[in-house]
Write a protein that binds this ligand. Structure first.
Ligand code: ACO
Length: 366
């Protein structure tokens, strides 16, 4: 039987993360991702994913140091970015820039290389933004931890601790998520014994699509559209009846609310400001679930991580064209971890396709 999109096909074992789609649980290396996001930093959780255990004080301090020492954007990468046409999206810029990073060893994959790629994503985003906006590229600093540094690189200002915590929660919750499309493509590339930079480049190209990483900016468009119509229910109904997919709803694995959406929603509710947009998001979520239940009975469609990611990133004043790039900044940890795991016990990925095209040659029957 053909499983289009490999739906439900188990093709490898992993010790990195576990998704319980029925119960709505996400586990990283045995720990609840929601608890990790509440209690730990980006570097601690990255260390956990890469190494299988949480770091002690010395290991954490060394990891933070490695992040800081790896964040300087080489001049040759700046030159490449300088030459990318202005109409290219940020994900295309990241794909090109990441593919150019010189790593330690193209034959062996090292933890330092994983840190280098993760550490450079904020610098690439910030450098491109400075060109596009005709602003000064912020001075590279080595005193800030990774998430604070990302916010600093976007604004040129020291971010407030509450902003850092909100972004850190989002970035930890989106670091890793099993064999999603981009991680799968990273593993496919790694399975040919290609290098880490190539695997990360494949993953970014896959992340770019609107059905995967491109959804949160689609959520902003969806909410703006609904707000403009002035009729939440009518507008949602019309979209679903027209066969449109509501961005931020549905998930291949979760058959209940995505736990990451739940955790981000709670963070937003805990720090609730007067915000009409967040109130609109809550109303749209409730109404859309009702409409989808009516029009798509039995499909179990709830909000996914992208729905509330859009709310949190918007609250941090991160412009919507940087949403997928911010997702990339966190998911780089998951991709690099999967590449390392793939190589521990590698078998090249090579599924088959059933040929349904014509057969023209007479002698093909013989
Ligand atoms: N809005 C309306 N209907 C939907 C939605 C949605 N967001 N998602 C699924 N459906 C419907 C489909 O139309 C289909 O209905 P049908 O059986 O009547 O044809 C049914 O639910 C099953 O849909 P599939 O596309 O088969 O579900 P699948 O599990 O393959 O797709 C996916 C999951 C791609 C995420 C899908 O739900 C979607 O496109 N959602 C919108 C985009 C989005 O939010 N992407 C972010 C995902 S999270 C992430 O990548 C980090």
């Amino acid at each position: 039987m053909i499983q289009k999109g490999l739906k439900g096909v188990v093709c490898t074992e992993t010790k990195i993360s576990h998704i319980d789609g029925e119960k709505g649980r996400l586990i990283y290396r045995g720990f609840s991702a929601q608890d990790l996001a509440k209690e730990h930093s980006f570097e601690e959780v990255a260390y956990l994913l890469w190494n299988g255990m949480l770091p002690n004080t010395e290991e954490l301090s060394n990891t933070k140091q490695q992040f800081k020492q790896s964040r300087k954007l080489p001049n040759y990468v700046k030159n490449i970015i300088d030459n990318i046409p202005a109409n290219h999206e940020m994900l295309s810029v990241l794909r090109t820039a990441i593919s150019s990073i010189e790593l330690y060893d193209t034959k062996r994959i090292t933890l330092q290389d994983a840190i280098t790629l993760t550490s450079l994503v904020p610098a690439i985003i910030s450098y491109r933004e400075s060109i596009q906006n005709n602003t000064t590229y912020p001075e590279e600093r080595t005193d800030l931890d990774h998430v604070a540094y990302y916010l600093y690189m976007l604004t040129g200002e020291e971010p407030s601790p509450s902003y850092v915590k909100a972004l850190e929660t989002y970035m930890i919750l989106t670091m890793e998520h099993g064999l999603n499309a981009s991680t799968f493509s990273a593993r496919v590339t790694a399975s040919t014994e290609s290098d880490l930079g190539s695997a990360a480049t494949s993953a970014i190209g896959t992340m770019k699509g609107p059905l995967h990483g491109g959804a949160p900016s689609g959520v902003i468009d969806l909410l703006n559209d609904i707000a403009k119509s002035g009729d939440i229910r009518g507008s949602i109904q019309q979209k679903v009846e027209n066969g449109e997919k509501l961005m931020g709803f549905g998930h291949r694995v979760y058959k209940t609310m995505d736990p990451r959406a739940q955790a981000i929603k709670e963070t937003l509710q805990d720090n609730k400001k007067e915000d009409d947009w967040f109130d609109l998001a809550l109303k749209v979520e409730k109404t859309a679930i009702e409409v989808l239940e009516e029009l798509k009975p039995g499909r179990k469609l709830y909000t996914n991580v992208e729905f509330y990611a859009a709310a949190v990133l918007r609250e941090l004043n991160i412009p919507s064209h940087l949403f997928t790039a911010t997702f990339t900044a966190s998911r780089m940890v998951g991709w690099t971890t999967h590449v390392m795991e793939q190589l521990e016990d590698n078998t090249i990925f090579r599924p088959s396709a059933q040929y349904v095209g014509p057969l023209y040659e007479k002698n093909l029957d013989k």
